[in-house]
Design a binder for this molecule. Structure first.
Ligand code: ADP
Length: 481
């Protein structure tokens, strides 16, 4: 059957010369059913097979199993027969088993005598295909990186026409448009992005050809100020025109917490300064007393200086404890001890330096608890000292001890101004101080630490208060048994 096709080639010396001498184009000759008649030397160089290897075989043998299963060779042959030519891109199996990407053009040729055969000219495009694959993968990779960036990112040309924006950009600026690509920054419905100030920053960046970081503010829907940090830079490549890359992050919370930290620091410094100023003053006056040989006054100033030193020490200890508690590092040394004795000891200590108030104790707790004695004493001290500190006009503080459901319950009641209902839930927060008591010195840490301590003993803290009727602070911890 092949003999009658030979004339197609033999009748054309011109084609035969191309067939034999081509180096870049591999040529296969087939009959109309796809059975291989011949391959040229360039084909042998490219794919390893000689004419003898393939003669009489169907072109299926050159296709991958996958392409064979989807009938690609048969479709290709049918296409050429129908349309007299077909172009395909697929893998060709090399004689050594490897796959090579090729592009092939098949043509149905006819000689003067009416003999027909298919001539397929193929080119190895493997490297090009790998490059295409690499580019596609790099594009997918960079797009997934852009998508995964939490900050808003927008890329524009030097005239501020947007080329790309990630989801975070749409979310941050509440942009409803399906796509902003192709739009000018000015066309976006957002006051900040269309502002004159942003335009100025970007113009300067382009003029100076320099990356630029800057911050801007804008009002949100509820008319509160939001702060944004912009990081502007350029991308420049041989194949792509220079572009502007803007990474924008909402730094409102960061600015707020920095502000809070500064306020807090100023407040802590102010609280620490007071006793320190008193100590300095006492020392100056003490110097005078020594010069005047006034022993009695000197003793008074030493005592005053001492109490201010104690105050300073306890403020520093509170601050230290608060940082430890905040990082979960407050340690407890629990032992079993008599609760009644501890209460008596604390009352005596507080009463010694606070003679304006009488601390009246009712209820007896004649039992033991398993707890950190020093820390429980710190809580009770804090409750009693607050009761005294916040009721300067009163003369009494009532301490009630009780045992309820296996818990020791301690309550400290004062006859001070009381606390407004809506403030009660904040009293045990770190650094919280009610507005009406801000004139009284304190860091707002005592109750916070009390709660941390009682929580660590599986206990509970709470408060009841009515304005003008005073407050009662409670804590409870489990008894030892
Ligand atoms: P500090 O007394 O150092 O401010 P605390 O944590 O002990 O810190 O108390 C937090 C806040 O709770 C106080 O600033 C005050 O506003 C309020 N407070 C605490 N105890 C009383 C009380 N007995 N009467 C009224 N207000 C109180």
């Amino acid at each position: 059957m092949f003999e009658n096709l030979a004339p197609v080639i033999n009748n054309s010396p011109l084609f035969k010369s191309v067939f034999d001498n081509a180096t870049a184009n591999a040529v296969q000759l087939m009959d109309k059913d796809g059975y291989i008649l011949d391959v040229n030397p360039a084909f042998t160089t490219a794919f390893g097979y000689t004419k003898e290897d393939l003669h009489g075989k169907h072109i299926r043998v050159l296709f991958t199993a996958e392409d064979q299963a989807s009938q690609l060779p048969e479709i290709e042959i049918e296409k050429v027969n129908q349309h007299r030519s077909a172009v395909d891109r697929n893998y060709t199996i090399h004689k050594d088993g490897s796959c090579i990407w090729v592009t092939g053009e098949s043509i149905l040729a006819k000689d003067d005598d009416g003999n027909e055969c298919i001539i397929k000219v193929m080119q190895d495009i493997h490297e090009q295909k790998l490059l295409e694959k690499f580019l596609k993968e790099s594009k997918e990779f960079s797009e997934s990186v852009v998508k995964s960036i939490a900050d808003a990112l927008v890329v524009s040309d030097l005239n501020f026409r947007i080329v790309k924006a990630n989801n975070a950009f749409y979310n941050l600026f509440k942009i409803n448009a399906k796509s902003v690509e192709g739009l000018h920054l000015n066309e976006l419905e957002n006051a900040l992005l269309t502002s004159e100030k942003l335009k100025q920053q970007l113009n300067q960046m382009v003029e100076n050809e320099e990356a630029r970081d800057f911050q801007m503010e804008s009002m949100d829907d509820s008319e509160s100020k939001r702060h944004y940090a912009f990081k502007g830079s350029f991308i420049d490549g041989k194949l792509v025109n220079k572009k502007i890359v803007l990474v924008i992050s909402d730094i409102t919370d960061k600015i707020k917490s920095e502000q809070q930290r500064d306020d807090l620091l100023a407040f802590v410094i102010h609280e620490l300064r007071n006793p320190l100023a008193n100590i300095t003053l006492c020392n100056t006056l003490l110097q005078q007393c020594i010069e005047e040989n006034d022993k009695k006054s000197a003793e008074e100033f030493i005592a005053k200086s001492d109490s201010n030193t104690q105050r300073l020490k306890s403020l520093i200890q509170e601050l230290y404890d608060a940082t430890q508690a905040g990082s979960g590092n407050l340690h407890f040394n629990k032992k079993t001890f008599s609760f009644g004795e501890l209460v008596k000891e604390v009352i005596d200590g507080v009463q010694l330096s606070n003679t304006n108030h009488e601390i009246r104790k009712t209820g007896v707790v004649d039992l033991e608890v398993h707890a950190d004695r020093a820390r429980i004493s710190q809580v009770l001290n804090n409750y009693l000292l607050n009761a005294i500190k916040y009721s300067p006009a009163a003369t009494k503080v009532d301490l009630l001890l009780a045992v309820e459901n296996g818990n020791v319950v301690v309550s400290v009641k004062d006859y001070g101004p009381g606390i407004e209902q809506e403030k009660l839930s904040h009293l045990f927060d770190r650094y919280y101080r009610a507005d009406n008591t801000k004139k009284v010195e304190g860091l707002g840490l005592g109750l916070y630490l009390s709660k941390q301590i009682i929580d660590a003993h599986n206990g509970r803290v709470w408060v009841e208060s009515k304005v003008n009727e005073g407050s009662t602070f409670y804590f409870s911890i489990p008894t030892a048994s």
